[in-house]
Design a protein around this ligand. Sequence first.
Ligand code: ZN
Length: 331
Amino acid sequence: MNYKIDQYFQNVYQEAAENRKPQSVSKADLSSMLGDFQEKKSSRPPEILETKELSAYRRERYVFHYTDDRPGPVYVLTPDNGAKRHPAVLALHGHGYGSREIAGLTESGEEDEEGSGIHRHFAALLASRGFKVFAPEIIGFGDRRLDEDKRRSRPKSCYKMGAQLLSVGKTLAGLRVQEARLLLDDMAAFPDVNENGPGIMGFSGGGLIAAYTAALDERIQAAVLSGFVNTYQESLWPVEHCLDNYVPGLLSGAELPAYIGLTAPRPLFIESGSRDPLFPLEGARKAVEVLGDIYENQRAAGQLEWEPFDGAHEVRAGRCVSWLHEHLSFQ
Ligand SMILES: [Zn+2]
């Protein structure tokens, strides 16, 4: 006997699509669905933990204070190129061992000489190309896992954190977006960061945070989303992703590209690996089509760029680096 369970869940998707209101989504809708995070920003300034001079940039590890009860480490990578001010980029890692994975380090904090893995050390790469890069340890990873997960060497705390936040009407995606936005406040206070606003780059789970942060926060001047842009239909619905991808009610409001499109008309660059099993190329293509219409409607078609590349679920960090140079001020 086939109990048609799969069919039922296909119907759930279809019903959500058919019952949507035709008007487009708003920033207020997205913000509200992510959960109510109104805690006051801590007034404590960042404190430096360690400094190391490398050939192309200086690597510092700070503690930033998001709220008074929520500190977290952040790598700050400053180019050694003689410039007085640098364009800033907020760099958000995906699932893995945390900020060290994009800052050029191994899990235990040694220089990673072996190879850069799927993250391509993209924070270090951007710093070596003239950007002042802020790479926070995203809550749930690395030094910011729950104590139990650290003790048992579990790589992430997403499930428990996500489930607990859902129980009080909040989401882990929302908490991470809140922290990214609070970090923007501290980034702007660095005297060697240029005043024209930062860029943001995120990969995979970090791509989700980058997408919603750019959508909600007009301070972001240019966004690079790697290994994330897709549709529910092709990715988030059929693929078993981490719980932190799911925001109650989101799909009832619109398909995923509509929310990513809230960044328009500001510049948006998308990378998609042709063999990415988690965010399939066909879903990326459909999402980029929808985003193309959104940008066209805002007379900003030239501000959207897509680089599909021969690769799996991994950062490309190719064309997007010079694209960030074009879109962030070096004054
Ligand atoms: Zn996760």
